[in-house]
Design a protein around this ligand. Structure first.
Ligand SMILES: [Fe+2]
Ligand SMILES: [Fe+2]
Length: 153
């Protein structure tokens, strides 16, 4: 029998929806590579996604979600290290091809880690009070695609 998938707590669902967009970003980079799109075009799009959606997402996790487990928790430490590495990769202007290839792989790995391990642990230990606090300040940003250059189509 397969283990039953853990249902994502309502409070964490907006972040899970953002994870879906993150996985799509990796897919778009892969598709751009396959279609031999100029790296500068892919980079322009990943820059937009990073600034508009990923920075706020990282900040939300680091400010409100990870503290539920605490900064000494090994899973949290791992996630924060991955955030730091991803930030460096998105911010770099050198060796764009290589950075995009690493982003494609590591962003997906990071999201899978959060969805399969870290978020399950968080919703297991979070108190009702902590979840209410997250819910109270939550302000989900609707995803609006940047349609200026949809190179993956
Ligand atoms: Fe994260
Ligand atoms: Fe995340």
């Amino acid at each position: 029998m397969k283990p039953k998938p853990i249902k994502r707590h309502l409070v964490l669902q907006p972040l899970s929806r953002e994870h879906h967009q993150g996985l799509l970003l990796s897919w778009k980079i892969r598709t751009g590579f396959t279609k031999k799109i100029a790296y500068s075009r892919i980079k322009a799009y990943t820059d937009w996604f990073y600034k508009t959606y990923l920075i706020p997402h990282f900040t939300e996790e680091e400010t409100h979600i990870f503290p539920i487990l605490g900064e000494d928790n090994d899973l949290v430490k791992k996630a924060i290290t991955q955030h730091r590495r991803l930030k460096r990769l998105f911010n770099t202007e050198k060796d764009i091809e290589k950075s995009l290839a690493i982003i494609e792989e590591e962003l997906e790995q990071h999201i899978r880690f959060e969805e399969r391990i870290l978020f399950n642990e968080i919703q297991k230990v979070a108190t009702e009070q902590q979840l209410q606090t997250i819910a109270a300040h939550q302000n989900e940003k609707e995803y609006i695609e940047n349609s200026s250059d949809m190179f993956w189509k």
